[in-house]
Design a protein around this ligand. Structure first.
Ligand SMILES: Nc1nc2c(ncn2[C@@H]2O[C@H](COP(=O)(O)OP(=O)(O)OP(=O)(O)O)[C@@H](O)[C@H]2O)c(=O)[nH]1
Ligand SMILES: [Zn+2]
Length: 339
């Protein structure tokens, strides 16, 4: 009973905080609208959301200047990477007046299990692997399925190429060959000795990329090398409020000096399969696509059914055993209801 009361009280306090926040946001939006009507704002211009902090976002104008903006009341939630139309205010502030269409959305379930976009317009997913920790094909495949599902082209980045030796070269090569044959680009680099960094710069140039991959493969090392002098762990809430630095977990967009952008946050690095359903997994294995719908039974689960097009492809080598194992492993890890 005591526990329940405590929970209710906590719920009430959370609700109160949320209500107050919403009221403050509405007030700000109202003021922004007043400013608009008063003609106090500059002309409409386009910009890029480089970070968002609750109800305000940091926008980079096309001239590179960064401005903290409120959102006009009728706008949907914006995320890092969104392109917007905005108007500058008088004190390094501004108002977003429109959101431009997104080319892609990276979504993750929030604390309540609802799927929410966390980054927009990402057009390259770098799946980082390394000789150590040893890569797991089914984890790579999870990222590839997630990338296919989101419509974001993936690139496999083998970091720590300096650790390739006689003990692991054959196995790594066999693994990477599967992906190369499927048509996925593969790049071998080393954050430590700088191997193939020029090729990495070229691969990043002109794209908005995100890095994903298991812990310890060297994502931070790569990001630090690509963004020298930039503290990627720190948000800059402070600049506008003057209240000291504030480490944030919100996604943030960075410009690589060599060209291209990165959107990064701890949450994005964990982007994987939480929200994906059976049909998406099938479609996410690109070599299955032409075969889907060709099985004798419409509801074929590709286990041991006669006339199964996937099993046939496995037998004749068009589908590799490793990818089939991965597919089954991923399916078995999905929540029951989606199976
Ligand atoms: N030999 C070698 N070691 C590397 C290389 N890149 C990173 N490392 C090392 O690998 C370890 C893990 O690197 P991190 O950059 O922290 O890896 P991460 O993927 O960011 O890990 P999480 O933050 O846990 O997700 C560190 O000890 C790095 O020094 C590389 O190219 N070669
Ligand atoms: Zn089948």
């Amino acid at each position: 009973m005591a526990k329940r009361q405590l929970n209710r009280r906590q719920e009430w306090r959370i609700q109160k905080i949320q209500d107050e926040r919403a009221a403050r946001a509405a007030k700000r939006a109202e003021r922004a609208e007043e400013d608009l009507e008063g003609g106090d704002l500059g002309p409409e211009q386009t910009g890029l959301v480089i970070a968002h902090f609750g109800v305000t976002v940091e926008v980079e104008g096309d001239d590179g200047a960064r401005v903290r903006c409120n959102l006009r009341a009728n706008l949907p939630a914006l995320v890092t990477g969104d392109r917007v139309v905005w108007r500058a205010g008088k004190q390094n502030n501004g108002v977003i007046v429109a959101q431009l269409p997104r080319s892609s959305e990276l979504c993750r379930p929030n604390a309540h299990g609802q799927l929410k976009p966390v980054a927009a317009n990402v057009d390259q997913l770098l799946v980082v692997i390394a000789p150590r920790p040893e890569p797991h094909a089914n984890l790579i495949d999870r990222y590839l399925v997630a990338a296919e599902h989101a419509g974001i082209p993936p690139l496999l980045l083998l970091n720590k190429a300096d650790l390739i030796d006689d003990s692991n070269a054959t196995k790594l090569d066999a693994l990477l060959t599967i992906y190369r044959e499927l048509g996925y680009p593969v790049l071998e680099v080393s954050a430590h000795n700088g191997l193939a960094m020029e090729q990495l710069y070229a691969a990043l140039d002109g794209h908005i990329s995100v890095f994903v991959g298991q812990s310890g493969v060297g994502k931070s090392s790569l990001v630090n090398k690509l963004l020298p002098g930039e503290d990627t762990r720190v948000g800059d809430l402070s600049q506008a409020t003057g209240k000291g630095t504030h480490t944030t977990t919100t996604a943030r967009l960075f410009h690589f000096p060599s060209g291209g952008d990165l959107i990064d946050s701890p949450g994005i690095r964990e982007f994987a399969l939480a929200h994906i359903e059976r049909a998406d997994v099938e479609a996410g294995f690109i070599e299955f696509r032409d075969l889907l719908g060709c099985c004798r039974f419409r509801d074929c689960k590709h286990e041991r059914e006669p006339g199964c097009a996937l099993l046939q492809a496995l037998e004749n080598g068009a589908v590799s055993q490793q990818r089939m194992d991965s597919y089954r492993h991923i399916l078995s890890s999905l929540p029951e209801k989606t199976y």
